[in-house]
Design a protein around this ligand. Sequence first.
Ligand SMILES: [Cu+2]
Length: 395
Amino acid sequence: MFRVRHLQYGMESVNEPGKDMDSLDGSVEKNIGNSIENAVSSVISRRESRRSFLRNGAFAAFAGTMVGACKPAGAIEKPVKSAVAKVAPVVPPAAFGTADVSASSIAAADAMDKMHEAGIKAFPAKSKGRGNQLLAPRIEGGVKVFDLVAQRIQWETEPGKSCEAWCYNGMVPGPHIRVRQGDRVRINIKNELPESTSIHFHGVELPNSQDGVPFITQPPIKPGQTYTYEFSPPNHGSHMYHSHHNSTKQVSLGLLGAFIVEPRDKSTEPHADVDHNFILNDGLNGFTINGKGFPATEPIVAKLGQTVRIRFMNEGMMIHPMHLHGMHMTVIAKDGWDQPQPWKCDTLNVAPGERWDVLVKCNNPGTWAFHCHILPHAESEHGMFGMVTALIVSA
Ligand SMILES: [Cu+2]
């Protein structure tokens, strides 16, 4: 059911949009002979279905680009269409200000709740592939060497929803690279894509020649070529690496990853029992956290009393105000730079390109929803999807 519900949302509105809108006023006239209540009820019903069309139509236009690269595994038109029939029908509401406890409203509520419940019960759902895995370097003459391969793969963002992804080393996000401030670092990138590419180390203050922008600091890395970057990161913090060529497509399809530079003196770091990268994306493969959409997102798990460090990174094209239930976050760094004074919040707006480091003192046991608060990035009438996960604090 999960795999088709975003498509359902867009497709259910394809019923009779033109007819619906054209006949809106005519339906009033036809109802003159009926009771006033019937006429009002009919108009409201029409308007509701029109609103539903406008809302769903707008979403469909949006979703058309968002899910363009994604297909439910093995899915064809037919199963999607048959699933549409299961969607709760639009029910004429009772008059405003009165409780609508009609059997049809209860049935519609039950049908909607069932979909919501199924999503929650599936969490955390198993899906193929896991991104953001730590990549151990090879040491060559004191240099930390990381080998990356840019390639096209099929990637499952949630159970049964398979997308074409462009990625590093077969995963979305690409491997988590972690080095120390001042380390000598070498990155070999082999391009197996059908386009040229490059890598930009976002936030690291490198010599100009290593900045990774084709035609400004280097030639594009052509299909089949291997290119090498080498540098010593001067500034620590939560940074990123991503393609800087045809990036609207390449980054949104998954050519991105966490590049974390630990401080030379690790004793300057605040204590954290759990250190979690939280990478947001919102491109061709939908709304994702670490390459997955709810219910396939990974929960953050901690014990009561522990401190969790979360490193938010936005590789998408939209802002995402991330909201944690039940506990506050203490913001300690922005774009890798320590805040002059840590500050507290429960909703943190993460704009494209930004990184924010926060600490959460897990002093409230339970499973706490943790989601983007632009609600169309997180929930529809079919249940939660996309940028939703949970912080689970066990007693
Ligand atoms: Cu969002």
